[in-house]
Structure formats: C-alpha cells, structure tokens
Design a protein around this ligand. Structure first.
Ligand code: RB5
Length: 149
C-alpha cells in the first residue's frame, strides 16, 4: 500500500512525526509537502495528495492541517475519496470498518503525535467489514456519480 502524505504549515510538525512513524512500520509513502518554514494554503497540498489517490499513484492519503477539517473538505471533493477526520482511535477503527476510509485527516493543533500514531496504526490495520457497510458506501458512490459530472 502506497500512502500520499501532505500537510500545510499548521500540520507540518505532526506530519513529520507521522512520517517517522510510517518509516518505523516500513510503510511506503510519498510526501507531497509542504516543506519546513513554508506558510501555505492547505487546499493546495491536500489536492496534490488526493489527486495522487484518484490517479492511482497512491492507494490512500494521510493529510494534516491545523484541525484535519479543511483537509477533509478538500479531499472529499475528489471522486472516490472518503476522507475521515479522526480525533480518537475508535473513530479511526470505525472509519475503516464501516466507511472504508481511504483518506485519514489529522489535526496538528489538536492532536499529539502519540495519539496520532495510535490513530494511524489502527487506521492502517483495520479492514473494511463489507456487508451492509458496502451497500452504504455504494450509495455514497451513487451520489458521487450523480453530482460529480
Ligand atoms: C491554518 O491556519 C488553518 O486554517 C488550517 O491548517 C486548517 O486548520 C484548516 O482547516
């Protein structure tokens, strides 16, 4: 699994910590920026990483801004993205099991690296349950097809 990683300036430190955590797991990832000391718009960096998932370059994305909210809004404008801001481990687990999340968003100003690493671990390791949840996710895809012309 290849992961697209991105942040704005508010998420940069947490993204760097998450990148270190991903390295300890041997996870394959591409960092789409931003770099240190830059002051940027989260929209631009979230869009780069989300675009990499749409194109198939990456399988999933982890996006970090101040709260994880702006990044989730951006990513959910991309076809096929199911971005979930997860502020606790339970949400991370259910975002995978029920929502088949393929984009985790985190808050650099709202979460510690210790918590974020636990969230990332559970998000990476929890499989989609399918079944009735597949029907519901399918309905989301139907809405997308209807509205994303
Ligand atoms: C940047 O100051 C901040 O607005 C951004 O990181 C994010 O929280 C937006 O959702």
């Amino acid at each position: 699994m290849k992961i697209a990683l991105a942040s704005d300036h508010a998420g940069y430190d947490l993204k760097t910590g998450v990148a270190e955590y991903l390295k300890t797991r041997g996870a394959d990832f591409i960092d789409f920026g931003c770099g240190p000391g830059e002051k940027v718009d989260y929209v631009d960096y979230g869009a780069r990483a989300a675009g990499a998932v749409v194109s198939g370059q990456c399988d999933r994305a982890i996006l970090v801004c101040g709260t994880g909210l702006g990044m989730a809004i951006v990513a959910n404008k991309f076809r096929g993205l199911r971005a979930t801001p997860c502020s606790c481990v339970y949400a991370a687990e259910v975002s995978r099991a029920h929502n088949d999340s393929n984009c985790l968003t985190l808050g650099g100003r709202t979460q510690t690296l210790e918590l974020a690493s636990r969230i990332v671990r559970v998000w990476l390791e929890t499989p989609f349950e399918g079944g009735r949840h597949a029907r519901r996710v399918g309905k989301i895809s139907d809405i997308e097809s209807e509205n994303f012309k």
